[in-house]
Design a protein around this ligand. Sequence first.
Ligand code: MEV
Length: 316
Amino acid sequence: MKASAPGKVILFGEHAVVYGRPALAVPVTQVHVDVEVLDSPRKGIFIHAPGIDLHAELNSLPPDHPIASVILKVLSSPNTSPHFLDEKMGGLRGVNISIASTIPVASGLGSGAAVSVALIRALSSFANKSLSDDEVNSLAYEIEKLHHGTPSGIDNSVITYNQPVYFIKGQPIETFKVGKPFTIVIGDTGISALTKESVGDVRRLWLRDSVNLETIFDEIGQISLIARRSIESGKPELLGELMDQNHALLQSLTVSSHELDNLVEAARNAGALGAKLSGGGRGGNMIALADPATAQSVAEGLMSAGAKRAIITEIA
Ligand code: MEV
């Protein structure tokens, strides 16, 4: 059984979304996770993830290992678990799981959530049980909680539904229409940074100075709202200025970094209409709005400024 899941970028609203403000995210299909689950003659569940140099039997991994925890969650679900048992084998049947990913780890492109979603889908169809998107999403959210404390749920949602989302924590998923397609360029600093850490640091700032932080979150939430209207009404050119404003607010939350600021600056100098970091920050990726004619020069500008990779993608 095979399943795939795309990466994602957050267009507006990261961090503030953890505190109940709206955020906008879109899937990025140029990067993805592909999972294949096959029967194995050997007893046990074997995981092969060459990208992270992982070749192991499930039982040899700690239960809180990101991949083991997804498999254990699916195995403990009453819907799917009976299908993984085999009396002749005296317990778990023999299963080989292969995971291939083109999404860089800890880069703000949703690699963790994409592995969860693709793995949940492949394992459940292997167990002859097709889960609804809502079921996949809530299982993936449980995994996000295990690994990063207080996730908003935006990553698992945009990746599960594979559609642009306007997301408010705890509320039903809303998708939004794109009035006129627009192009963004994604630039990778190549520096891995754990979302858990930047989210934890913002939490510490908030505990010290909640009045100031709440004001910043309100301003970010307002930007997400205006951005959604601009996208829906076919005026994506307005997003550039909003990206610049959102980036400045993220800087004041201390989640940018020298490398991110450098790429943001390089994108603007190469003709982007605006740019910001995307995701947890500190490292990982940034995004820039470019008109289709300048997207290539923006990508080149990012590479000459030290980006490890630049992806041009159209949001339609
Ligand atoms: C991570 O992609 C986005 C953050 O807002 C964290 C979250 O929403 O859970 C930084």
